[in-house]
Design a binder for this molecule. Structure first.
Ligand code: SF4
Ligand code: SF4
Length: 141
């Protein structure tokens, strides 16, 4: 009866005295190491021509369970479809990844954007803001 208790106390003491097992992180000085499967805010992708990959099919908005995506498509002079309006309400996104799964051209990807604190009571990311998240990464196209 007493032996398991002593074992438990020894384990607790070992953990307590070993700084490498400390769970508290000195954020933001220390950055968290995110899993490769982490899902942050969805980001719009840029194609080889430097324009958004999105073809404004609206599938992401259809599958989004929290209905936080608004897409309005248009056609340019070459009859290419593009999103004239693309908005994502970050307050309502639940980071489920359905939009990424549904997109037929991989134009929206959830990467590691998670620092979304704001003093506003609404945070709608428009097309340019969502593209900027990708531009910052300087990814090969
Ligand atoms: S991650 Fe989920 S909740 Fe967020 S925009 Fe995509 S489908 Fe909607
Ligand atoms: S599913 Fe992809 S291509 Fe279609 S509107 Fe959404 S981001 Fe654009």
């Amino acid at each position: 009866m007493i032996l398991p208790l002593i074992k438990g106390l020894i384990l607790t003491l070992k953990r307590f005295l070993n700084p490498s097992t400390c769970a508290t992180m000195q954020y933001p000085d220390e950055r968290p190491k995110l899993s490769t499967r982490f899902r942050g805010l969805p980001e719009l992708q840029i194609g080889k021509d430097g324009r958004e990959k999105c073809v404004a099919c609206g599938l992401c908005a259809r599958v989004c369970p929290s209905q936080c995506i608004t897409v309005e498509g248009a056609e340019d002079e070459t009859h290419r479809r593009y999103p004239e309006i693309y908005e994502l309400d970050a307050f309502r996104c639940i980071f489920c990844g359905y939009c990424e799964e549904a997109c037929p051209v991989r134009a929206i990807i959830l990467r590691d954007t998670f620092e979304l604190a704001t003093y506003q009571n609404k945070d709608v990311f428009d097309k340019e803001k969502l593209l900027d998240l990708t531009r910052k990464r300087d990814l090969p196209r």
